[in-house]
Design a protein around this ligand. Structure first.
Ligand code: MN
Ligand code: MN
Length: 281
């Protein structure tokens, strides 16, 4: 009798042990699934600098992956924290600028969707993060750049001056067969517009990683890889200034934004690339 009782209770305990183990495994798996940034987009090849996630539980750091670019949306600021995109010759074609600025209805439905009209009479341009001219292979690609989640308020002199000059320079590099990984955003608060629904950044920044040819992947990034980083005040009066005069190190932008850029690049290489300020012509 005594032996039998012990045997049963051992079986029970073993059963409970297994159930417990299975529950823990299920918890670990579901946490991993929830935590893992979808992150499969080619536009995130160098990383997801704010660990954005595609969850309504992250309204200030909401990951959106589109075929044409990836971004972290900040619903408090009514704009992206950052937008990241690949640029090579495959993205460039002859499609004309479509100019169809519109709300992004792929945002969660109970979040405010910024409209093109929100920028009217504010004194700020509807500034592209991924430029229209970087997405000219198909009408759909070009149209995607006019979603308001890809737009931030920029002063006309910032947007149409040095910001635009660097955008054009990037496409020059692509014509030399380079492949670029670009990430851009704004930081600091200049003011609020659109009934306080959109925060105008005090400064706009961009990082461009230049690879020698398309398709090389992150392993091709070495100490010798060119990285261009800029930090431009979102002010008037800078239209004639050369974008090169706004160059900074990636380290400076990491300090300013709190993000970890190039996180998929090995740490040693990251340290070298991020501390250097681009000097090339
Ligand atoms: Mn622009
Ligand atoms: Mn980094």
């Amino acid at each position: 009798m005594a032996l039998g009782t012990i045997a049963v209770s051992e079986r029970d305990m073993a059963k409970r042990g297994w159930i417990g183990l299975i529950l823990i495994l299920m918890l670990v798996v579901s946490c991993t699934l929830l935590k893992a940034p979808a992150g499969t987009s080619i536009h995130l090849m160098l990383g997801n600098p704010s660990n954005a996630i595609p969850s309504t539980g992250a309204p200030d750091n909401y990951l959106m992956e589109k075929p044409q670019y990836a971004l972290s949306y900040n619903s408090q600021k009514g704009r992206a924290n950052w937008v990241s995109w690949q640029l090579n010759r495959d993205w460039l074609g002859a499609v004309p600028r479509r100019n169809d600025f519109r709300p992004d209805f792929t945002l969660p439905e109970d979040w405010y969707r910024v409209t093109p009209v929100d920028y009217i009479n504010t004194g700020f341009d509807r500034g592209h993060l991924t430029p229209s001219a970087d997405r000219t292979a198909t009408p759909l690609d070009n149209s995607s750049t006019f979603l308001m989640t890809n737009i931030m308020p920029q002063t006309p002199d910032n947007n149409q001056g040095p910001w635009e000059e660097l955008e054009s320079y990037c496409r020059e590099l692509v014509k030399q067969r380079k492949e670029l990984y670009i990430i851009a955003g704004g930081y600091g608060k200049k003011k609020l517009i659109a009934g306080d629904r959109v925060e105008v950044p005090a400064r706009t920044w961009k990082i461009v990683v230049v690879l020698d040819r398309p398709g090389q992947g992150v392993d091709a990034i070495t100490d010798a890889t060119r990285v261009i980083a800029i930090d431009i005040p979102n002010n008037q009066g800078i239209r004639e200034r050369n974008w090169r005069s706004f160059r900074v190190s990636v380290d400076q932008l990491e300090t300013a934004t709190g993000y970890d850029f190039l996180s998929k690049v090995p740490e040693g290489v990251q340290q070298v690339l991020e501390s250097r300020v681009d000097q090339a012509g």
